[in-house]
Design a binder for this molecule. Structure first.
Ligand code: ADP
Ligand code: ZN
Length: 681
């Protein structure tokens, strides 16, 4: 069975291997067992029901809450040569008719359907008649009445399963225990399905936080370094989405705003443009996202702190679903913390809920104020252990730490001695011994704590207070605006029973010149642009989003490996049989055009003996790109690495590593073959 699945995986979907977890889920679903799969966004859920649909007889009905998303999946499946259709309120009459005739002829393998359809009496009859053999439920958490995405019609799915007597496969990215058990109750009548909980790591997403300094400048700098790449900026207010979009446009980006206060038509237009266009930036409130199934979002920035660690995870998770590198930046400051706290305190939820919400905010603040690898901490929250990731800002450069116990104790004592009635500004005046009018008026210059904090400048005290909020040692008093009160968590520090490590402030001095991040080496960048231009032209002609033709990742691999034949092209990840037939030749032409121009790294060696060596190295690399047996993970070196090798001719693996900085993995793969060539004439 698995071999046939693997066969379809490469011939239809064009993937060389399953992602972690997919194989097991596919086998359970295809085997007709009830399944619940919890996978992070971008983990590759759709494949886990699409592939079994092809392996099984009859029709698989897919229930999904979002019309735009269904339509895109159907389009992508058809591009891959799979018979799929959707019955939604967004259909034209012709589309609906086409779906019905495909059903009558027994051609259709996947039928997508909005949950609202389940309310109509004819649906069950229809699903029986067409030979439905499997129900797949996307975004299964929509069945949870306590969640934000509750869809009443999802409650009919359990009934449908019983009436049809077919297996059901449910998928969601929401992991919490409560939601999971609700799904089991409502979709499976409480009989536990085979459950898969897949890793929550998204290793291709770079994580970073920055203390808010000049937020607009910080966001603009981040966007400037990623010009031309699709991104989302989340902001806390509607007004801010509009001013940020305007600022981005002024800086030469294509950008538009999105929020729940807009006209539905305008909102839909933004969604459609975002899905279709390459390189559009959307500034949005959290209202934007759930309907978005765009795998090639290259970055996500938060201009304001999200409300919880779950919200953070979900929002950054929209980036890089195609697996290619993606970057995120979250800004936060004392005002954000205050705002999020008061939002919880002023809400109408019962006490328990508020306490839970504070705890989830705390988890995010802990991540923001982390002193070591952020991913370790994030995954730790989801119950996973991991090594330092090497792909977050704190792994990139370790923060400067100091023992903050003394400072925190002084600050706490200032808070207690002034009756927990003041905010950071006044407390810092007391600590640093500033004789302000307010200080004198209240006689605070007579306190024993007056001036005990002169060793730190005011800006550092700000950072101490912010981190104290972040570690939940103090909270803004919900009754008295702006005042801090101490929490239980602070008591051990005050009593001298515990210490605390803090960071020197993380406000970075203005970055002089943004470093432009590219997806490929400089030498391959022109070819990647040419491939993208071809993709855009094909997408416009076929009226589909660009990634439906090929995802970024596939184009990156094409630019790096430069296949010269259709056979070589077929080995690129993401190139299935149908797509090879439809588009292979067009992209080969683009690559051939670039080859005629000769690669810039190679051109520098033209007419010299090093040129021949370079060509041999290229050939050896191409032969070994997937290892000796052709099934390994794809690896390659940049053209400039090969040029350096040809010019410097290292004689040993040590020299080779020293000169090129190649990873151990690549040295294992190519080192011996390269040295052999370099040792030759
Ligand atoms: P989600 O779990 O969020 O629904 P999708 O099903 O949309 O994720 O998949 C995310 C991206 O990963 C898509 O672009 C898809 O083509 C790609 N993908 C899925 N499975 C694989 C695989 N085995 N190899 C490579 N890419 C894959
Ligand atoms: Zn890290």
């Amino acid at each position: 069975m698995m071999t046939r699945a693997e066969d379809l995986l490469s011939s239809v979907f064009g993937f060389s291997a399953f992602r972690p977890g997919q194989a097991e889920i596919v086998s359970a679903v295809a085997g007709g067992r009830n399944t619940l799969a919890i996978m992070p966004t971008g983990g590759g859920k759709s494949l886990c029901f699409q592939l079994p649909a092809l392996l099984r007889d009859g029709v698989t009905v897919v229930i999904s809450p979002l019309i735009a998303l269904m339509r895109d999946q159907v389009r992508a499946l058809r591009e891959a040569g799979v018979e799929a259709g959707a019955l939604t309120s967004g259909n034209t009459e012709e589309e609906t008719e086409a779906v019905f005739s495909a059903l009558e002829e027994g051609r259709l393998k996947l039928l997508y359907m909005a949950p609202e359809r389940l309310a109509s009496g004819g649906t069950l009859t229809l699903l029986r008649r067409i030979g439905t053999r499997l129900i797949a439920v996307d975004e299964a958490h929509c069945v949870s009445q306590w969640g934000h995405d509750f869809r009443p019609d999802y409650l009919r799915i359990g009934e449908l399963r019983r009436a049809l007597g077919v297996p059901l496969a449910a998928f969601t990215a929401t992991a919490d225990e409560e939601t999971r058990s609700e799904i089991v109750t409502r979709l499976f009548d409480g009989a536990a399905p085979e459950t898969f909980l897949r890793g929550f790591d998204r290793p291709n997403i770079h994580l970073a936080f920055e203390v808010k300094d000049q937020p607009r400048r910080q966001i603009l700098a981040f966007a400037a370094a990623r010009k031309g790449q699709s991104g989302i900026v989340y902001a806390g207010t509607r007004a801010k989405t509009e001013t940020l979009a305007a600022a981005l446009r002024e800086a030469g980006h294509t950008a538009c705003h999105y929020h729940a206060g807009m006209d539905p038509d305008d909102r839909r237009e933004v969604e459609t443009r975002f899905q279709r266009e390459d390189g559009l930036i959307v500034t949005a409130t959290v209202a934007f996202g759930m309907g978005i199934d765009k795998p090639d979002i290259r970055w996500v920035a938060h201009a304001d702190l999200p409300k919880s660690i779950e919200a953070y995870y979900q929002e950054i998770g929209r980036a890089g679903r195609d697996g290619a590198p993606a970057e995120t930046l979250t800004l936060y400051g004392p005002e954000d913390i205050r705002y999020r706290r008061s939002q919880i305190d002023e809400g109408l939820a019962p006490h328990d809920r508020k306490a839970a919400d504070h705890a989830r905010l705390n988890a995010l603040l802990g991540l923001a104020e982390a002193t070591a690898c952020r991913r370790q901490r994030l995954l730790g929250y989801f119950g996973e252990t991991a090594d330092p990731c090497g792909n977050c800002d704190l792994c990139d450069s370790a923060p400067e730490l100091f023992d903050g116990t003394e400072a925190v104790r002084k600050a706490l004592s200032a808070i207690l001695r002034t009756g927990e009635s003041f905010g950071a500004g006044h407390l810092i005046d007391i600590l640093t011994g500033s004789q302000t009018e307010k200080v004198r008026e209240r006689g605070h210059d007579g306190l024993p704590t007056f001036g005990v904090g002169r060793d730190l400048p005011k800006a550092e005290w700000q950072a101490v207070f912010r981190q104290m909020m972040g570690h939940d040692l103090i909270r803004p008093d919900p009754e008295r605006h702006g005042a801090f009160c101490m929490t239980e968590a602070a008591r051990p520090i005050l009593r001298g029973e515990a210490g605390i490590t803090l960071r020197r402030d993380t406000i970075r001095k203005a970055v002089a010149r943004p470093v432009v991040r590219t997806l490929v080496s400089d030498e391959d960048a022109p070819l990647l642009s040419a491939l993208k231009a071809k993709r855009r032209a094909l997408a416009e002609a076929a009226r589909v989003p660009a990634y439906v033709i090929f995802p970024d990742r596939t184009l990156i691999e094409m630019a790096e490996t430069r296949p010269g034949t259709l056979d070589a092209m077929a080995r690129v990840s993401g190139v299935g049989a149908k797509k090879l037939e439809s588009y292979g030749a067009a992209f080969l032409d683009v690559i051939a055009g670039a080859a005629e121009e000769m690669h810039p790294a190679r051109r520098r060696l033209a007419g010299r003996p090093e040129g021949t060596v370079f060509d041999r190295l290229m050939q050896a690399q191409a032969d070994l790109a997937r290892g000796e047996d052709g099934t390994g993970k794809y690896l390659s070196c940049t053209h400039s690495t090969l040029r350096r090798l040809a010019e410097t001719r290292p004689r040993s693996l040590d020299d080779l590593e020293r000169i090129t900085g190649m990873s151990e993995q690549k040295i294992d793969r190519f080192g011996a073959a390269f040295l052999e060539i370099l040792a030759g004439g």
